[in-house]
Design a protein around this ligand. Sequence first.
Ligand code: CTP
Ligand code: MG
Length: 228
Amino acid sequence: MNIAIILAAGKSERLKEISVPKQLYLINRVPLFMYSVLTFNDLEEIDEIHLVTNEQCLSEIEQYVKQYSLTKKVKGVILGGKTRQESVYLALKHLEKIAKDDDIILIHDSARPLLEKETILKNIESAMRYGAVTTAIKVKDTIFSESEDGVDYMISRSRLYQAQTPQSFKYRLIKKAHESAVLNNVFANDDSALIKEIGYDVKIVLGTSTNFKITTIEDIKLLEMMVL
Ligand code: CTP
Ligand code: MG
């Protein structure tokens, strides 16, 4: 099976300008989290979707799932944790009786609403072949670090990528990575980093720049310009 975990348990602390957690913010009368849920739901290659949210959003998210008639594929709406990593860990625990070792688990941030179907399909194909993949795009701008005097030094951008989601893994691998992180107190803001920690390689699947993450009010404005 190919199982999507879609994360919507964050608190949007960098987005004070809107009055609801960003996952529930309406764009064209559709809540933000629903954009990527609908994209996954539309693909016959995706067998199940499990949503992860927090207590504040739970009942609204459950209501939306019914309203959009998604109960066939959306098999669970579960509560996440304090950090993104904990939310993923709890989702993987919840899948213990559902997922098989070789099932592909696609982990996606609902804060990336404009994910393309093609990116999901490439994730599935590569994760089946390699076991662990992250979506990423090549860095286009010059990147530098800051020093007290201003610009410190240029970093060659030829091998730099920006990580995105989905990140997709064989169930057995991602479960092992998260369990090992809990045991060894490893924290990372990205699932691929936890895979690297257990000594396994992560391959790159090229994404698109439209799959950007909604983090600040500027991102909301950009999204509104793109879809309204
Ligand atoms: N996320 C989650 N559980 C958490 C924290 C984050 O499921 N405890 C999810 C968010 O809902 C989001 C994704 O992880 O879809 C990426 O996180 P981010 O953009 O940082 O969202 P927030 O944590 O909500 O925002 P902020 O960091 O500004 O508070
Ligand atoms: Mg966050």
